[in-house]
Design a protein around this ligand. Structure first.
Ligand code: ATP
Length: 291
């Protein structure tokens, strides 16, 4: 199995606060990875480190075995669309295609023109005059035409209407299958992620909470509901992701570690979104390091 993106005890600190800490991942090539976490969890920080835009404070990151910041050859294997999609607004779409062709040795102009044609985006239009959603589409087309092996997308679908979002993600899935690309996609649109991704990286408060196959994520958790109880006994066996209590009842979302349990608990399979929300709802705080 080829590893597309590997991190080992990776950390990034801004002044006193860790934006990412103790992050160890081995993302297999050819997967579509959902990068999920609440605001400020460290998703953009991880993507910026992976593309070499920022340097680790601790640990290491490599893309196909090489440090992205050190080796320009590695950069040609990576496509990145940042959260604010920085396109040159005064240029036309055709100008961007010409630049793309000049700068990227593996540029696929036919692919770019076909996809833009399908999206009805006029080549002579200035980028600044396109809608936010059209700009997002153009940014994706430019990245795909570069024919990278790893694509990193930071909240790419936020500006798209539901139909455009579906088409965008379909294009992404097709490209992954056709070209064997690996995609790492951060988004808050949990339903969309569940539909297109087959691997999950869950971050909260600068730390990786879960990394693995979508199936393991979806099937490896249970919701336990029972009379109000202390959770220590359960927590000795399973990993309690989130606990809520009312006067009479306790609800636990747990990551299974072995078989289920005690007849006192009513056991249910939680949905994907329920699991995600449980991880997001964990009260965690990024560590501060005295300077
Ligand atoms: P969102 O979903 O809101 O985009 P995120 O998961 O992408 O959030 P990051 O942007 O990686 O989160 O930020 C992680 C933490 O690092 C936050 O606490 C943020 O305030 C902090 N941070 C990020 N960039 C900087 C910076 N350049 N200087 C100082 N702190 C930063």
């Amino acid at each position: 199995m080829t590893t597309a993106l590997a991190t080992s005890d990776l950390g990034k600190r801004y002044r006193k606060t860790w934006a990412l800490q103790d992050c160890s991942l081995a993302i297999p090539a050819g997967r579509i990875v959902a990068l999920i976490g609440p605001n400020g969890a460290g998703k953009t920080t991880l993507l910026n480190l992976a593309v070499g835009l920022s340097r680790p404070t601790a640990g290491e990151v490599s893309v196909f075995g090489a440090a992205p910041g050190d080796d320009p050859a590695t950069l040609s294997r990576i496509g990145f669309v940042a959260q604010d999609r920085p396109l040159y607004r005064g240029f036309t779409v055709a100008d961007l295609l010409r630049f793309g062709a000049k700068l990227n040795p593996r540029w696929d102009d036919g692919l770019a023109r076909t996809r833009l044609g399908r999206l009805n985006i006029p080549l002579e239009q200035k980028v600044g005059k396109l809608s936010g959603g059209q700009q997002a589409q153009v940014a994706l087309v430019l990245v795909l035409a570069k024919r990278p092996e790893l694509i990193l997308l930071d909240e790419p679908v936020a500006a798209l209407d539901p139909l455009a979002r579906r088409e965008f993600l379909q294009v992404l899935m097709d490209a992954t299958v056709e070209a064997g690309m690996t995609v790492l996609l951060s988004s808050h649109l949990v339903g969309e992620l569940e539909r297109v991704c087959d691997y999950v990286v869950m971050l909260n408060a600068a730390r990786v909470q879960f990394a693995g196959d979508l199936d393991a994520f979806a099937q490896g958790h249970r919701l336990l509901v029972g009379p109000r109880a202390e959770i220590e006994e359960i927590a000795r066996v399973h990993h309690v992701v989130h606990a809520t209590h009312t006067d009479r009842q306790t609800s636990l979302l747990v990551r299974l570690n072995g078989h289920a349990y005690d007849p006192r608990w009513d056991v249910r399979d939680p949905g994907f979104e329920e699991i995600v929300l449980a991880y997001m709802g964990r009260r965690e705080h990024a560590t501060e390091t005295p300077q």
